[in-house]
Design a protein around this ligand. Structure first.
Ligand code: ZN
Length: 211
């Protein structure tokens, strides 16, 4: 569902550019609003959310999909945790649809899906592990890496139940906005994938703004 925000970027407390292929791990307080902007279009932002006070509680695709009865995420979606509690709500969305089935890229899946020689290519799972290693005070370990949301990524499910990575439906300047329902950790890998159309074969920056 397309829903524009009433917030002005000039009023944001903070705005961070995450370069193509880079990552971010940040604490965001309850009641804050986070906007992720696809600055140049067709860019996947692979994201996991955690309860900042208990990282055993994290985003759950299964609970979120089951409760909303829809496999795609958009404005109106409540992102539920593995404890079935609301982590964040999507309050605005100008892209219209986000994936939570396709998972994040890893060197292992790149090898299986594409070629043995792709094993050394930079992948989202590595970015998450770097973010966790560089931010020990957040209390995360690599065991906390779990299933995720791919903001702006287009993974249509066919009538037969097939899943494909398609060219994006996002465009320059499209954004998704979420309101934190508890203190959360936001772990974003701005996907470096070059072997499928999820980033238009050309990874580009995203901007993360907080009100
Ligand atoms: Zn990726």
């Amino acid at each position: 569902m397309i829903k524009e925000s009433d917030l002005q970027l000039s009023d944001a407390k903070e705005s961070i550019i995450v370069p193509a292929g880079d990552y971010l791990l940040k604490k965001v307080h309850k009641g804050s609003t986070i906007r992720i902007t696809d600055l140049e279009g067709n860019q996947a932002a692979d994201t996991i959310f955690y309860n900042a006070d208990n990282t055993a509680e994290h985003y759950s695709a299964m609970d979120t999909i089951r409760e909303q009865g829809n496999i795609y995420l958009s404005a109106g979606t409540t992102l539920l945790s593995n404890f079935s509690k609301p982590l964040l709500k999507i309050v605005a969305d100008t892209c219209g649809r986000h994936d939570t089935l396709g998972g994040a890229c890893a060197t292992e899946s790149n090898t299986v899906r594409y070629d043995l020689e792709k094993r050394c290519m930079h992948a989202c799972r590595d970015s998450w592990m770097l973010a966790i290693a560089e931010n020990e005070s957040m209390g995360l370990s690599k065991r906390d890496i779990t299933h995720n949301i791919n903001f702006f990524m287009n993974v249509p499910v066919t009538a037969e139940g097939g899943l494909t990575f398609e060219d994006g439906i996002s465009a320059p300047g499209k954004y998704v906005e979420l309101e934190a329902q508890m203190d959360v950790l936001v772990l974003v890998s701005n996907c470096p994938q070059l072997n499928n159309p999820c980033n238009g074969y050309n990874p580009t920056p995203v901007e993360i703004s907080i009100w």
